[in-house]
Design a protein around this ligand. Structure first.
Ligand code: GAR
Length: 204
């Protein structure tokens, strides 16, 4: 077993089912090269915070209301204080500035609920993505894990998985299928891949 692990911070805004998938993958050993050290939420009432607390993980709430212009600076401070190597955006509904993404270049990954480059970029988040996919009438959608750069959903793709769309699907039904069949599988996988690269000091 490897001694050193990558220190992971998970950034969340909502329900936290993707956070749960990472927690479970850590418990089951799918994620063995990294350890979740911290969960940061930009929403006080996010259920993801409860999930983190139940798993014994340290949590911090950093809201734009409270920090205003200092929002990203405060996040950076907390990440540095905790010697974070890898930042995982798991339903984090904030677009990060170039300044932030450059500071943590190749150290931020995000899960998006479509097959990028479809249904992505500014304005495409959560259920809106699935509504757009259904409106277009695609027969296949899916999820993507990618590095985060200054372009929303524009960074290098790490993992993707396709999911069928069925007649009669609602955005909610489709969202659940995409989560279950794609997001909860490819996100833990990507977290392990990138954590391993970090501890092996591979060029990122
Ligand atoms: C997930 O479907 C995630 O892919 C999506 O929000 C949901 C969060 O659910 N993220 C985005 O749309 C980001 N552009 P969760 O809080 O249960 O993980």
């Amino acid at each position: 077993m490897k001694e050193k692990k990558a220190n992971i911070a998970v950034l969340v805004s909502g329900t936290g089912t993707n956070l749960q998938a990472i927690i479970d993958a850590q418990k089951s050993g799918v994620i063995k090269s990294g350890e979740i050290k911290l969960v940061i939420s930009n929403k006080k009432d996010a259920y993801a915070i409860t999930r983190a607390q139940d798993a014994g993980i340290k949590t911090t709430v950093i809201t734009k209301q409270e920090y205003g212009e200092e929002f990203e600076n405060r996040i950076t401070e907390v990440l540095n204080e905790n010697s974070i190597d890898l930042i995982v955006l798991a339903g984090f509904m904030v677009i990060l500035t170039r300044r932030f993404t450059e500071t943590f270049k190749n150290r931020i990954i995000n899960v998006h609920p479509s097959l990028i480059p479809s249904f992505c970029g500014e304005g495409f988040y959560g259920l809106r993505v699935h509504k757009a996919a259904l409106r277009k009438g695609v027969k296949v959608t899916g999820a993507t894990v990618h590095f985060v750069n200054e372009i929303p959903d524009g960074g290098e793709i790490i993992e993707q998985k396709a999911v069928r769309v069925y007649p009669g699907d609602t955005p909610e039904k489709l969202q659940k299928r995409v989560m279950r069949q794609a997001e909860w599988k490819i996100l833990p996988k990507a977290v392990e891949t990138i954590s391993e690269r970090i501890i092996d000091n591979e060029h990122l």
